[in-house]
Write a protein that binds this ligand. Sequence first.
Ligand code: ADP
Length: 400
Amino acid sequence: MMKILVLNSGSSSIKYKLFEMPECASLAAGIIQRIGEESSIIKQESANGEVKFEQPIKNHEEGLELIQSLLTQNDHAIIQTLDEIDACGHRIVHGGESISGSVLIDDQVETIIEEYFDLAPLHNPPNLIGVRAAKKFLTNVPHIACFDTAFHQTLTPIAYMYALPYEFYQKFKIRKYGFHGTSHLYVARRAAKLLNIPMEQVKLITCHLGNGCSITAVEHGKSVDTSMGLTPLEGLIMGTRTGDFDPAIVFHLIRKGYRAEELDVIANKRSGLLGISGISNDVRDLVNKAETGHERARLALEMFCYRLKKYIGSYLAVLNGCDGIVFTGGIGENASILREWTIANISALGITLDHQKNDEAGSNERFINSPDSKIKIMVIPTNEEIAIALETYDIMTKGN
Ligand code: ADP
């Protein structure tokens, strides 16, 4: 038995979850939001009930100090001392080209995280601050980093290079990295289990559809292509991000007087489902609106599914067919109508949905294909924290 703390440090938040391993039993889960603002919001849930309050928290170190006392003190205490924690797993976004799996964080790994500050300016700096703050509290335990990019390091140059002059890759490390790797790997492993095919043999297309969306082609258990690129902007249409679009649009708009910084914000925060519909990036709202005749809400959702379908088709070609397609993430797990629109009319490729199974709601892992579908279709809830806890547990028990 082992207790593993999982930390996800964002620029103004820390999410944490304490697990008992190997059962993956969640002992406590909490979040601190608005770190550095006038008042921060703290929430923790555990078998001892829910705590929720506000108080100013200056920085991540103060945040971790509070997490420590929430876990160990007063009526809500889950453990008696921090000594009961055996390891700490951290979510880190960018590990670049040198990291292809989860690793023990030493000085060299910290330097690598720093090296990719400019490619992941919103994520890597707070991720590293979180690691350093956690190391001050959990001094005697291994800290393990699980990178969003690591699973995709098996892409070959044919898939990861952009057709730009080669020196851009050499000078600026411009290439496809891919993200959401922890989630794609987790659902791929679960899918292999459900299909009863060894991970080393399975061919899958995994669709992670949340606020950010990405799709991955998995061959012999390894990522061979993925839709996000140098940054998480490329690929599928997302809540507020464009996904693929003609880069000449950027040059054109710069000539019209837009600045690069403005376009960056527009493409990342004001596009996607929100930009097309003009009303929301939330699929629940858009489905409701589309049902009551809002044309742009419907257009946004249909474009979302069309783009996804095109990627599924191209990854089927990359993989020369596959064993299964997996839907995960808030949209992938819940929005049955979008799964229906995406999978509609591709029966010639051996993919057919069971409409009734698709419509059944649930948070369980399940098949939603019809019995005669050559390719299985699955809904598998993703769980990034469990995935990080499992990776950390693996390194603790097997080494890396
Ligand atoms: P994140 O990427 O931030 O982890 P999630 O995976 O939770 O986000 O996904 C958020 C998205 O899931 C939202 O756009 C929301 O529209 C969608 N979503 C959540 N629940 C439902 C639901 N019941 N029906 C349709 N869409 C849903």
